[in-house]
Design a protein around this ligand. Structure first.
Ligand code: SF4
Length: 331
């Protein structure tokens, strides 16, 4: 199948829905965002169904294994030491505590266990401890994902040797808007870490955040950048900003929820084989909004009461939602 053009929201005879392409232009992505909403959702559903069972949702659980005290200045993040958010800096969690949490996540139905550490980059001695966590969690039959900040090539290889399945490192936003959000490392630093991870043979989890005061063109730029990476990230988390008191983005004007849905749909259409994760911000979304996100091609969620340091819907609410929609967790 080849990818659909945006003209009138219909697929042309030369290009059908759902090809995996890496040459998406900004104009093409902008044209997707500009489609009438029903046409956009129709395209997203068509692409989604070409690769996935649209009734299934992959479920991940995220644990903060090292909270707070981060030297980076990401303007959305309550874990940055630069902002007074009330998040206390903690040490790296002990292995047995992490394994207990992983077991509970597995019992609750998670298939992937993600571990996040608030570091600019891991020290080699910390990496050894994280590798032991990866080995332990994998031994339980769960997929593993970690997010530890920037990695060198040897560190990525060390993680691969421990059996790591996924590494999360988000591009966050468009290259143009990035400097308004983070000044302590560059967009290129992020791309370099992503290529070390990819070269090491680890699956990539990479997406961004919307609702940070970016323009519509920045949302286009973020999706176009992700979709034109040499290989699409296997997981693409799309986050709605969770505003936290004390961070510079507190009080930012709220994004139109339908623009969030459009971003999900554009990710689905441009990265047809990727798992598109409806990520942070779900706590503030009603069931109808989440249903729209699934219709737009989201097929992964985080399960559990917390996403690192911000609230997430309780597992019970998610179960009720899945039942209401006739959807189920992916095996
Ligand atoms: S997003 Fe990550 S790197 Fe940025 S401040 Fe928060 S913990 Fe640090």
């Amino acid at each position: 199948m080849t990818a659909g053009t945006a003209e009138n929201g219909r697929f042309t005879s030369t290009k059908l829905a759902g090809a995996v392409r890496h040459d998406w232009t900004r104009d093409e992505v902008a044209a997707l965002f500009a489609l009438p909403f029903p046409d956009l959702i129709y395209q997203a559903q068509t692409v989604h169904r070409a690769y996935f069972d649209a009734t299934q949702v992959q479920v991940s659980t995220l644990l903060s294994i090292k909270t707070g005290g981060c030297p980076e200045d990401c303007a959305y993040c309550p874990q940055s030491a630069k902002y007074d958010t009330g998040v206390k800096a903690e040490k790296l969690m002990a292995l047995d505590v992490v394994l207990k949490e992983a077991k509970a996540a597995k019992d609750a139905g998670a298939s992937r266990f993600c571990m996040g550490a608030a570091w600019r980059n891991p020290k080699d001695r910390d990496l050894d401890k994280v590798c032991a966590m990866v080995e332990g969690v994998r031994a339980m039959g769960l997929e593993t994902c970690v997010t530890l900040g920037m990695l060198t090539k040897p560190q990525a290889e060390r993680l691969k040797d421990s059996g790591l399945d996924y590494y999360n490192h988000n591009l966050d936003t468009s290259p143009e808007f990035y400097g308004d959000i983070i000044t302590t490392r560059t967009y290129q630093d992020r791309l370099d870490t992503l290529s070390h991870v990819r070269d090491a043979g680890i699956n990539v989890c990479c997406g961004g955040i919307v609702g940070m005061g970016e323009s519509a063109d920045d949302r286009v730029g973020m999706i176009a950048t992700l979709a034109s990476l040499p290989a699409h990230p296997e997981s693409v988390p799309i986050n709605m900003l969770v505003q936290v008191e004390g961070t510079p983005l507190m009080g930012e004007s709220k994004l139109d929820p339908l623009d969030f849905v459009r971003t999900i749909a554009a990710a689905r259409i441009t990265m047809p084989r990727s798992m598109v994760r409806l990520s942070a911000g779900r706590e503030d979304m009603n069931d109808e909004m989440q249903a729209l996100c699934f219709l737009a091609g989201a097929n992964s969620i985080f399960y559990g009461p917390k996403l690192l340091t911000t609230p997430n819907p309780a597992a019970d609410r998610d179960r009720v939602l899945m039942n209401r929609l006739g959807m189920r967790a992916m095996d």
